[in-house]
Design a protein around this ligand. Structure first.
Ligand code: NAD
Length: 499
């Protein structure tokens, strides 16, 4: 019998007010693992009220004290890494080695942001007037709403919750309905680390209902959203109407460029890992391969041979290279793109349909697929598929590769394989995505650097690194005049002889 889990509001684990719950399915086996509250706007309202109530005391607690709790959460995540990774694999399908990496990213973020509790640097600058002191400090935004996807069920919530909490915000967290247990596990860790009631609240729910209610919630000052561009744009429009600050991290259509002088073994390793890791369900997945014509056929032949050796299966099996896609709608969407690619005239070099291998469990498995003879304007080369599918495009030189790389609406990650330092630097300079790798695939972000994309991938903000603090704090500018008289900036320019 699958167990039922609850929302966490004001320090209590409570069911949805409606009493309704939704199932959490294992995409490899299709078994029902758990049930979670199917929350409505009322539940979001309760969570928001709790976050508002807790806000004054939490922001008054010195940042180093807040950070100690985040540090403790990092330690608990480390102690439970294996258990959390296994539960993540069970509910969303990524192979165990990648699930461990996901939890590790959360641990890294906890420790990094715990350090920020003793920094949170502001600026002190000279005043233009004598006997006057000027500085700026960071202050929390207030109540933050965090809305997250299922593909990094611990890492992405940690990218948001850790900086938001250290900076002194209280949070209402709405995780994806396709990875609720990982979210529950993370919130439990933060509860056990000692967060006071109401500082962090989690509201589970299917689809748009609690997410949209959170965006609309009057006391929520800032929304941090990661997910698809379709939903993100709706969230952005609504926040603009309501005058809320909003940070959007959305879709990607990333490319690996393979130049004629590339180390092909390395490029093949990079392509396999970036295109088929997490079954292609990473925002940074390499869903296009832009290959120089001089090495195109050699590269593709060898890549196809490698892809044929990939083992599909349950991510908990250590022999598995590629797990299932996350759910039935995603399965159908990816299969529809396989048909679209054929209809557009692309050729399937390997894969191309549902996986029907002996011994596979009854889940959502799709053969790792490479399309060749792809033109840059085809839909399979323009639209985010979010599955184990990549499209190879032949290019004549670096300039053409960069133009095709940037010729999509998205702007998240790119990579170039070359052994020519001049080409590497030209690519780094010209490519307009938010992240660019040289001689590595398109995936593999480290948490101490900014993460995010340009164009339809983002709205100008960044997760992670110091940049994350920008979205969870307001600047407050402080002037202290100790001259004892009225000094007017820009007007009283004479020096005070008594200073
Ligand atoms: P999604 O947009 O379907 O859902 C994201 C979250 O929004 C979920 O919690 C969902 O319940 C919620 N939601 C749905 N409708 C909503 C609404 N109307 N208002 C408010 N919230 C709503 O995305 P997904 O399928 O969970 O995730 C996959 C997408 O996320 C892909 O497009 C991927 O590229 C993107 N992604 C981006 C990044 C990044 O950093 N750029 C990272 C990971 C995933």
């Amino acid at each position: 019998m699958a167990a039922t889990f609850y929302n966490y509001i004001a320090g209590e684990w409570v069911p949805a007010r409606s009493g309704k719950a939704f199932p959490n399915e294992n995409p490899a086996t299709r078994e029902i693992l758990h049930y979670f509250p199917d929350s409505s706007a009322d539940d979001v309202g309760d969570a928001m009220a709790a976050a508002v109530k807790a806000a004054r005391r939490w922001r008054a607690l010195p940042a180093p004290r807040r950070a100690e709790l985040i540090f403790r959460a990092g330690q608990l995540l480390l102690e439970r890494k294996e258990e959390l990774a296994r539960e993540m694999t069970q509910e969303m399908g990524k192979v165990l080695v990648e699930a461990r990496g996901d939890v590790q990213e959360g641990i890294d973020m906890a420790f990094y942001m715990a350090g920020e509790g003793r920094r949170l640097f502001g600026q002190t600058v000279p005043s233009e007037l004598p006997n006057k002191f000027a500085m700026s400090v960071r202050v929390p935004k207030g109540v933050v709403g965090a809305i997250t996807p299922w593909n990094f069920p611990i890492a992405i919530p940690c990218w948001k919750l850790m900086p938001a909490l250290v900076a002194g915000n209280t949070v209402v967290f709405k995780p994806s309905q396709f990875s609720p247990k990982s979210a529950w596990n993370l919130v439990r860790v933060l509860e056990e680390a000692g967060l006071p009631p109401g500082v962090l609240n989690v509201v589970f729910g299917e689809g748009a209902v609690p997410g949209a209610a959170l965006v609309d919630a009057s006391a929520v000052n800032h929304i941090s959203f990661t997910g698809s561009t379709t939903v993100g744009r709706k969230v952005g429009v609504r926040c603009a109407e309501l005058g809320k600050s909003v940070h959007l991290e959305m879709g990607g259509k990333n490319a690996i460029i393979v130049m004629d002088d590339a180390d092909l073994d390395l490029a093949i390793d990079g392509a396999v890992w970036s295109a088929f890791g997490t079954s292609g369900q990473r925002c940074t997945a390499a869903s296009r391969l832009l290959v120089h014509r001089a090495v195109h056929d050699r590269f593709l032949d060898r890549l196809v041979d490698r892809v044929k050796t990939l083992r599909l299966g349950d991510g908990l099996d250590p022999r598995t290279d590629v797990g299932p896609v996350v759910n039935q709608p995603q399965y159908e969407k990816v299969l529809s793109y396989l048909q679209i690619g054929r209809d557009e005239g692309a050729t399937v070099a390997v894969g191309g349909g549902p996986a029907k291998r002996d011994g596979l469990p009854p889940g959502y498995f799709i053969e790792p697929t490479i399309f060749v003879d792809v033109k840059p304007e085809m839909r399979i080369a323009q639209e985010e598929i979010f599955g184990p599918v990549t499209a190879a495009i032949r290019v004549n030189d670096l300039d053409e590769a960069v133009a095709i790389n940037d010729g999509v609406i998205y702007g998240l990650s790119s990579s170039v394989f070359t052994q020519d330092v001049n080409k590497a630097f030209r690519a780094l300079e010209r490519i307009t995505t938010g992240i660019v790798y040289v001689n590595a695939g398109t995936i593999g972000a480290e948490i101490q650097l900014p993460f995010g994309g340009t164009r339809a991938t983002g709205n100008g903000h960044r997760e992670a690194g110091q940049a994350a603090l920008e979205t969870y704090t307001e600047w407050k500018t402080l002037y202290i005049d100790y001259s004892g008289r009225l000094q007017r900036a820009q007007i009283d320019l004479e020096t005070d002889d008594d200073a």
